[in-house]
Design a protein around this ligand. Structure first.
Ligand code: AMP
Length: 540
């Protein structure tokens, strides 16, 4: 039963972007973007710790990035919900100017003012800021939200975004995939019968989805993407080019100077955006370095043609993914009725030209790439409480399965399974006779678990061998595991831990060492270790 009509207790739609966050609300069934206090339609997704110890969010945080780079957190969307040890995070560590550290659960976290902060805390600050902006603009409390995530986000990332929303004081009514939200903004209440392709090239991620729209039924047919391909990769190509030009002229490598790098980063992104409108730009940064006591200025010319040459492989990669997604469903580009663009980077002229070449038609005008996801999320929020609501049929973007003893990945739920969905299988015997049964759950496209994302482990008594276990994905694409307990019937199984198996093994070894004569008392270890050691204690 709906809690209260959406007109009385409206739900915000929030697009928590890599670069910018956009928030929308619905009034009289029309979605509108909520402007910031500066009148802008988006808020930079940046959090900083100012000299005096205050948190800054949005434009003011972004403005002090050059002078205080180590305490300015941007691009959190690329880190949230990822393991610290993952390849993506390790690559980002060398590239981001703030410190990425290991969080309490082995997840990527950041160090701000010498303190470890989790990514849900950081994104929670952005969300809490937009909550306040929306409340001031709409003149009422806004306690509920639908938040969008890339379709390619795994279970951990979805949980982390939900947690960020909770920390911001929201009741998160739904996590929705960004392309689905964009499709809603395009097709809601228009009575369309079309196949559309949503091409989403944002600041950090690329997603492509094909949807069938039939009146207010939005069915995702196929989806694909790359969580490591977005606007920042385009910026990096310009940065490398600028560094090379400066090196050729002055034999000075500016890569070693964090302040110079911040300035070059900002100027490179600005140049890229300008080149969308004009054919030539010059990056000018006075007094970027000194040589023999004399100031050196940086001045580099860049044309749109040069930018295209520097980045064409990135654009081509997006079309390889489009081809894969279409071929998975046996679709031809000619069968697509409309192409919707999402994400700021999709404005690049080269992207639009390649869309025409590769997909045979120009993208649809009139759908705003920065706003459509938030507008669609708000429309979904508004429809959640209504009887004539929309129907979303989404799909799983990456398989979910379990590890075999040989380190292989056995798929349980397949990619492109329509959600909600579930699949059961029989529990295998324990690895050692008499021990509990352990199932390590992973998500990813690889056949080897090392390349996939660890979601958590479940542990059940040896007596459960041969009983039924059920993997179920809800409409938010979040995994629930249930088990056919002989005593209680089907019951939910909590993930014993979201630590990696390696962390568990390390923790076990540490615990054993503490228990050895002269080691730390186990009681203290339990208090320090929280849930994990609680579990260990339970097994003694
Ligand atoms: P989003 O994640 O959707 O906020 O995308 C932001 C990305 O789009 C950033 O990498 C921006 O540099 C990029 N971007 C924004 N506007 C433009 C533009 N006009 N031309 C090219 N890239 C842009």
């Amino acid at each position: 039963m709906p809690s209260s009509p959406s007109s009385e207790n409206p739900i915000l739609g929030i697009d928590l972007g890599t670069t910018n966050t956009c928030v929308a609300h619905v009034r009289n069934r029309i979605p509108r973007v909520v402007p910031t206090d500066k009148g802008s339609l988006v808020l930079p997704s940046v959090v900083a710790l100012a000299e005096k110890g205050d948190f800054l969010v949005g434009g003011v945080a972004k403005d002090q990035m050059v002078t205080n780079p180590r305490n300015t957190i941007y691009g959190a969307k690329r880190l949230i919900g990822r393991k610290f040890s993952s390849k993506v995070v390790q690559e980002l560590r060398s590239y981001y100017s703030y410190d990425i550290v290991e969080g309490p659960q082995g997840e990527a976290a950041v160090s701000l003012g010498g303190e470890v902060r989790t990514l849900p805390q950081i994104s929670g600050l952005v969300l809490s800021h937009v909550k306040k902006l929306a409340e001031a603009f709409l003149g009422r409390e806004m306690g509920r939200a639908v938040i969008s995530v890339p379709a390619y986000y795994n279970d951990n990332q979805r949980h982390a975004v939900k947690e960020a929303g909770r920390l911001a004081g929201f009741e998160v009514k739904r996590i929705v995939n960004e392309p689905t939200a964009a499709a809603l903004a395009y097709g809601f209440n228009r009575g369309l019968d079309q196949k559309i392709l949503v091409y989403d090239l944002g600041g950090g991620t690329f997603d492509v989805s094909v949807l069938q729209l039939s009146a207010n039924v939005f069915e995702v047919l196929a989806t694909g993407g790359d969580t490591f391909l977005g606007g920042v990769d385009f910026d990096n190509r310009i940065i490398d080019f600028v560094l090379e030009v400066f090196w050729r002229e002055h034999k000075i490598d500016l890569a070693g100077s964090p302040i110079a790098m911040q300035r070059i980063k900002g100027a490179s992104e600005a140049a890229k955006i300008d080149l969308t409108l004009i054919p030539n730009v010059a990056l000018e940064l006075p007094y970027i370095e000194e040589k023999k006591g004399k100031p050196l200025d940086l001045r580099v010319r860049l044309s749109r043609t040069q930018l295209d040459d520097l980045t064409v492989d990135l654009v081509d990669r997006t079309f390889e993914i489009c081809d894969q997604v279409l071929s998975e469903k046996g679709l031809k580009p000619a069968e697509i009725d409309e192409i919707i663009l999402v994400g700021g980077q999709s404005r690049m002229p080269l992207v639009q030209e390649k869309i025409r070449q590769r997909l045979g038609k120009p993208p649809r005008k009139g759908v705003h790439p920065d706003e459509c996801v938030a507008l669609g999320a708000a429309l979904l929020g508004d429809s959640l409480d209504r009887i004539d609501s929309v129907t979303l049929v989404d799909v799983l973007s990456m398989p979910i399965g379990v590890a075999t003893p040989q380190g292989r990945f056995r798929r349980v739920l397949e990619k492109n399974n329509a959600i909600p969905c579930s699949r059961s299988f029989r529990l295998p015997p324990p690895r050692e006779p008499g021990q509990s049964i352990e199932l390590d759950i992973y998500q990813g496209d690889s056949d080897d678990i090392v390349d996939n994302e660890f979601l958590g482990s479940i542990r059940l008594p040896a007596a459960a061998t041969g009983r039924r276990v059920d993997f179920k994905l809800d409409e938010e694409c979040l995994l629930k595991v249930t088990f056919d307990d002989p005593a209680q019937g089907m019951r939910a199984v909590d993930f014993a831990t979201r630590d990696t198996p390696e962390q568990l093994r390390r923790a076990l070894a540490e615990e054993a060492a503490r228990r050895a004569p002269g080691g730390e008392s186990s009681e203290r270890a339990v208090r320090r270790g929280g849930g994990l050691f609680g579990w260990l204690r339970g097994r003694q």
